[in-house]
Write a protein that binds this ligand. Structure first.
Ligand SMILES: NC(=O)c1ccc[n+]([C@@H]2O[C@H](COP(=O)([O-])OP(=O)(O)OC[C@H]3O[C@@H](n4cnc5c(N)ncnc54)[C@H](OP(=O)(O)O)[C@@H]3O)[C@@H](O)[C@H]2O)c1
Length: 279
């Protein structure tokens, strides 16, 4: 039997790396990453996917620095919207299905409860708007499409809050961390596993895939300090005290109506933290 084929974009990133670990055993993988292939280069993307003929394309590449997106909106939309248009149309042209990885930043954060898949989107940052434009491009290009929204991703390597905190806790006696923004710390490995299950078991559509439970940045930092047994004073501060270009949603917590109906469940974020930081 022909082995299934998957094109993964952003393979140098946190999720792209985890997807390669998860899909490597059963699938033949083609990796799309800079500098070899830029997703903004339509002829390059189309040719690459036409030659490989994947059954599935998982689009994890993105401009993910939310503050940089805020100050460079053209770059954000070029990569997150136009790049997604390219990847999605290339997938459609060979009859592949698509997974587009999106974000909790599509919401405004004003809902007093976790956001499910059918809540109204209203991004309040350039990053969120450009990722939402990517969702629209993906859905417009092909019907066989999963939009997988996630939040607060981290992995044993890469640029992420957990590793930054772990490092700062060795360098400083005292840290200030935002306590009035909330999300779901989510392990890239657990998300990659969920994506594999979604592809197999879920109907096409929007899915919220995050580790179970939620936290503020402050609560996440305290959990990291406890796990690593760091004697550091962590002071909670309001987001307003930490000036940054982009405005994250105050409530960025996601929940899922769709995944439980497909029998898909992600572990609690505290279990994932132990596995990730001790790996
Ligand atoms: N990180 C989070 O907290 C978070 C939360 C919610 C959703 N997401 C979404 O989850 C997905 C994966 O995030 P991540 O944390 O794994 O991101 P990441 O570690 O920043 O990786 C993103 C990858 O995309 C690549 N890329 C960027 N622009 C590209 C281009 N024009 N052509 C080809 N590759 C390009 C980057 O390559 P370079 O190294 O060359 O820049 C990088 O390897 C993204 O879609 C992101 O929007 C992330």
């Amino acid at each position: 039997m022909r082995q299934r084929r998957v094109t993964i974009t952003g393979t140098g990133g946190q999720l792209g790396s985890a997807l390669q670990r998860r899909f490597g055993a059963d699938w033949v993988i083609d990796r799309i990453a800079r500098p070899e292939t830029d997703i903004c280069d339509w002829p390059a993307v189309r040719t690459r996917i036409a030659h490989f003929l994947p059954d599935l394309v998982i689009h994890a590449a993105a401009a993910t620095d939310v503050d940089l997106c805020e100050t460079q909106p053209d770059t954000a939309f070029r990569i997150n919207a136009l790049g997604t248009r390219n990847v999605a149309h290339a997938a459609a042209s060979v009859g592949a299905e698509l997974v587009y990885v999106s974000t909790n930043y599509v919401f405004d954060g004003e809902k007093p409860a976790p956001y499910h898949e059918f809540d109204v989107v209203r991004p309040i940052s350039v990053y969120g708007a450009s990722k939402l434009a990517g969702e629209q491009e993906a859905r417009g290009a092909l019907a066989r499409c999963h939009i997988v929204r996630t939040a607060w991703l981290y992995a044993p390597s890469g640029r992420n809050f957990a590793l930054t905190m772990a490092r700062l806790m060795t360098e400083r006696d005292r840290l200030t961390v935002v306590a009035d923004q909330f999300g779901n710390p989510t392990s890239a490995d657990d998300l990659a596993g969920a994506i594999a299950e979604i592809v197999t078991n879920a109907p096409y559509g929007v899915h919220h895939a995050v580790n179970a439970g939620s936290a503020s940045w402050y609560e996440w930092a305290v959990a990291i300090a406890q796990l690593l047994e760091r004697q550091v004073v962590i002071e909670p501060i309001p987001a307003s005290a930490w000036g940054r270009p982009a405005r994250p949603p105050a409530n960025g917590v996601l929940t899922s109506l769709s995944l439980p109906t497909a029998g898909i469940e992600l572990p609690d974020w505290r279990d994932a933290l132990v596995r990730t930081l001790r790996s």
